[in-house]
Design a protein around this ligand. Structure first.
Ligand code: MN
Length: 292
């Protein structure tokens, strides 16, 4: 099942190029604040699934291209991320004079653990990436897969980790390079586009045969399979849940592969994750606040 949030918090099931409204069946009130309805839907999905699938069949679809795709989980309990998690990317970052990873060995990733981005950085497939005005600073794209937790847990065993995954999305870990705290550099509004929807784990299939790729203005910049991850999906869930209890709706960003590079206003960034989805996101300059 491909589950989207759209048009201001409605819940839809995507079949081919059509989206079917299942908001009521999912038990979500789009006007609810804080917008945590989708977290409850994910937590109760096994129970809700027959109702949601029936509602999807009954509802008239509209073209996905005609709706505004919102970020699938706007208020997760946690937005976690792995640092550069592919061998070639560690090597390219170590060469940057402004990199905290300078001189770091590839093996460092295995012991580096995880970091967090602000939940406030989340945006959706139809939302533009708004770049702040920081002259001389590089704003980079990072192509990643989002792992969405379905069943929570503490100290989850590596061999049971896949049972805790609800699904997957495309995720762009937009990053300002520099020496400030990583959390700040990765937490600007819209620096974490996720989408275009969540594809449930059963539909995505074997996570070890998923490849992802990213284009800037149609030019391929990043591509790698999940098997090239230094810390794999199972290991990431085990490692993170040994520190902080995972709960439904938590998002884990996989870390990126080599080929990161700058983006600028006017660019279009396209990301594709096999059997999960594909989205193209516009890049614009953030508006400077008008004087009060
Ligand atoms: Mn990243």
């Amino acid at each position: 099942v491909r589950i989207a949030r759209y048009n201001g918090g409605r819940i839809g099931v995507v079949v081919a190029d059509q989206i079917h409204d299942v908001t009521a069946a999912a038990g979500v009130d789009p006007a609810e604040w804080p917008p945590v309805g989708i977290v409850r839907t994910i937590a109760s999905f096994e129970t809700l699934r027959p109702k949601i699938e029936a509602a999807a069949k009954a509802a008239q679809g509209v073209p996905v291209s005609s709706v505004h795709l919102d970020t699938p989980i706007p208020w997760p309990h946690k937005l976690l991320a792995l640092p550069g998690n592919f061998h070639a990317h560690r090597a390219e970052m170590a060469k940057r004079p402004d990199s905290a990873a300078k001189g770091a060995a590839t093996a460092a990733t295995e012991t580096a653990g995880f970091f967090m981005k602000s939940n406030g950085s989340l945006s959706g497939a139809s939302d533009a990436i708004r770049l702040p005005d920081r002259p001389g600073r590089d704003m980079h794209h990072e192509c990643e897969i989002a792992i969405v937790i379905g069943r929570g847990g503490h100290n989850i065993a590596r061999d049971r980790a896949l049972e805790h995954i609800f699904g997957y999305s495309c995720l762009l870990d937009i990053t300002m390079r520099g020496k400030e705290e990583r959390v700040m550099r990765k937490s600007y509004d819209t620096f974490c586009p996720v989408g275009p929807w969540i594809t449930t784990a059963d539909e995505a299939g074997d996570p070890d045969t998923i490849a992802m790729r990213l284009w800037v203005n149609g030019e391929l910049r990043q591509e790698a399979p999940t098997t090239d991850m230094i810390v794999g999906i199972r290991e990431a869930i085990a490692m993170i849940s040994a520190v902080t209890t995972l709960v439904p709706g938590d998002i884990i960003a996989s870390g990126t592969m080599s080929g990161v590079g700058p983006i600028a206003p006017g660019d279009t960034v396209t990301i594709e994750v096999d059997r999960v989805g594909k989205m193209s996101v516009a890049v614009v300059a953030d508006k400077v606040a008008a004087p009060a």
